[in-house]
Design a protein. Structure first.
Length: 110
């Protein structure tokens, strides 16, 4: 359990660093749709290992995981109201009223 928590913290730190280097702004003033578009573009660019503007099957295999991590980081930043890099229970609760910290709740499973 503790190893998973440390791994998740390390992953979040790496994702935040990647956003900073990749130019993805985590400002709370942007809309969820623009945050999603920026995360999607950053994930595509990162997944496109050979930089040809296309995803091969191997590159595509990484795309979903990259996008998920980037969206988690955006959501985390939106929930972290005071910007201290950690979430309190109050910050988590405050992010729930409109649905998932600024993002719509997930749809029904297929």
């Amino acid at each position: 359990m503790m190893t998973q928590q440390r791994l998740r913290q390390g992953t979040l730190a790496a994702v935040f660093a990647g956003f900073a280097l990749g130019g993805l702004a985590l400002a709370g003033s942007s809309s969820p749709s623009s945050d999603f578009a920026a995360a999607e573009a950053a994930a595509f660019t990162e997944a496109d290992a050979n930089g040809d503007g296309k995803l091969t099957p191997d590159e595509f295999a990484n795309y979903d995981e990259l996008l998920h991590r980037k969206l988690d980081a955006v959501r985390f930043a939106r929930l972290d109201a005071n910007g201290d890099g950690v979430l309190t229970q109050d910050e988590l609760n405050a992010g729930r009223p409109g649905g998932c910290g600024g993002f719509p709740p997930p749809g029904p499973p297929f």
